[in-house]
Design a protein around this ligand. Structure first.
Ligand SMILES: C=C(O[C@@H]1C=C(C(=O)O)C=C[C@H]1O)C(=O)O
Length: 274
């Protein structure tokens, strides 16, 4: 039995929509990314699409499933820094960071400190934009919460962090990878191979016809179907060479900025399926 982290946000639907709910090999454990990061670290789940940053913290203990990720090569649409001022104006200001994320929290720090040359004060916060703006000058939100706030067209600057990363580094950005404890390769290799196969198959089914996924999004959050087709068109749910290079760049900058304690190696297992 594999206790699998289920992330309920729309960006994850192409991997979860066709994944069998009642498969004998799977137990679903639903949480936001930061919840899965902690659960995997503590052994409460066996596999999840965790924050890429969290893999970078624990890479010596984890392995990653090939051919799967949540990545973009530019705009993402749902990793957004809402700001009362342009990024250059955030020096010495307060920036609220969602408690649900690890990758984007550290991406925000890299972009602001390394590329915009500003040093804000950061505060981890839950809640929506209104609560964050009551205490801070800028606010990082991710996933459906970011989408919902952006759809309200708040009167502030909105920076898409996938787009910003692309602008400053020319790289792809990988927000989540499917990680599991490395010792499962020895203890339960067949189960990992089987779940990997299920995930790849579910993803391929979704991506071959996104209409059911899009319809689900319309029911969940509203908006036009075209909005959702456009949203999903930004994503790459694979781990190709460009995405791996982007991930390596992200880890290198996290290390150089003192956000990660060591350089990171990507341990992929089992071999690619496609
Ligand atoms: C694309 C997204 O990426 C998410 C961002 C994460 C993070 O910042 O740690 C973790 C998982 C991803 O699914 C999103 O939330 O919109």
């Amino acid at each position: 039995m594999i206790r699998i982290g289920h992330n309920p946000n729309t960006n994850m639907l192409p991997m979860f929509y066709y994944l069998p709910r009642n498969h004998p090999l799977l137990t679903w454990v639903t949480a936001e990314p930061a919840g899965h990061n902690a659960m995997l670290r503590d052994g409460r789940i066996d596999l999840a699409p965790i924050s890429s940053f969290s893999y970078g913290q624990h890479w010596r203990d984890y392995a990653v499933l090939p051919g799967l990720s949540v990545s973009t090569k530019g705009r993402v649409g749902s990793i957004l820094l809402f700001s009362k001022v342009p990024p250059e104006g955030l020096d010495g200001k307060r920036v609220a960071l969602t408690v649900n994320s690890a990758t984007s929290v550290n991406l925000t720090k890299i972009l602001l400190e390394r590329f915009y040359g500003v040093r804000p004060f950061y505060e981890a916060m839950s809640g929506g934009l209104e609560e964050m703006f009551a205490r801070a000058d800028a606010a990082l939100l991710i996933a459906d919460m970011a989408l919902e706030e952006a759809l309200k067209h708040p009167p502030c600057h909105i920076f898409d962090l996938g787009e910003q990363w692309r602008k400053w580094t020319g790289c792809a950005m990988s927000f989540a990878v499917w990680a599991y404890p490395r010792d499962l390769i020895l203890k339960r290799p067949q189960e990992i191979v089987e779940v990997h196969r299920l995930l790849i198959r579910a993803k391929q089914q979704a991506l071959s016809d996104m209409s059911s996924v899009v319809q689900t999004c319309v029911e969940m959050l509203g908006g036009e179907a075209d909005f959702w087709f456009d949203y999903f068109a930004q994503f790459h749910y694979t781990l190709d060479e460009e995405i791996i290079a982007g991930l390596e760049k992200y880890y290198a900058l996290c290390f150089e900025q003192g956000l990660l304690p060591s350089r990171v190696q990507l341990n992929l297992w089992p071999g690619p399926l496609v």
